[in-house]
Design a binder for this molecule. Structure first.
Ligand SMILES: [Mg+2]
Length: 211
């Protein structure tokens, strides 16, 4: 719990809970971004995203980020789309597998990861609920543990998930994709949570960037 600093959002600090990170359980780095959001209804749609290769890419063009500043949005259309979804009342969520945080081959310190996610949220300017799986356990995609945590966090805020929710990820098993973990994650969601009806999209189609 080294990184936990509970702060409530205020008018001056509307992204407070989105920007403060802690590990709970130990293998999931996460925040309480939902607490920065406000809703008119109890049933809320979720727009959930993978992080690397979906919302951002490295500035350095290397496969793994060198430090917390080594990122840029994948497409210019992403920020306005996220702002628009938030305005429509969607919960914005990120589910990311972060092998680098525990890998000897590509060590990336957790504080740099926190710095990176904070700067992404600051750039987008709207609250985002983030879950990052650090280890190989039930929380790692295509496992559905992080999604279960989201449903639990929504429940604590008095919310349930509405039909029309989406999950967007680049690992879809296409030629050149490093895996099909995102597509499989969406499939596993439909098995483990059949009532949630989450549809899967690749970033190019969701953000209207198809050639
Ligand atoms: Mg990815």
């Amino acid at each position: 719990m080294e990184y936990f600093k509970a702060k409530r959002s205020t008018e001056d600090n509307p992204l407070a809970n989105s920007r403060y990170f802690y590990c709970k359980p130990e293998s999931v780095l996460r925040n309480d971004g939902i607490q920065d959001m406000s809703f008119d209804e109890h049933q809320v749609k979720v727009a959930a995203f993978d992080l690397d290769g979906t919302l951002i890419k490295t500035k350095s063009s290397t496969p793994f980020a060198k430090d917390g500043d080594d990122w840029m949005m994948l497409f210019e259309s992403i920020k306005p789309k996220l702002v628009d979804l938030a305005a429509q009342g969607y919960i914005l969520a990120v589910f990311t597998n972060q092998k680098c945080l525990t890998s000897r081959a590509h060590p990336f310190p957790t504080p740099e990861m926190i710095k990176k996610i904070r700067s992404i949220i600051k750039h987008v300017g709207v609250p985002i609920q983030v879950y990052a799986a650090k280890q190989y356990d039930k929380y790692r995609k295509p496992g559905t543990g992080m999604f279960r945590m989201l449903l639990h966090d929504m429940n604590r805020a008095g919310l349930t998930i509405a039909k029309g929710s989406v999950y967007v990820g680049d690992a879809a098993g296409r030629a050149g994709d490093h895996s099909s973990d995102d597509k499989n994650f969406a499939r596993c969601l439909s098995v483990d949570f059949p009532k949630t009806d989450v549809t899967f999209h690749v970033p190019e189609s969701f953000f209207g960037e198809e050639e």
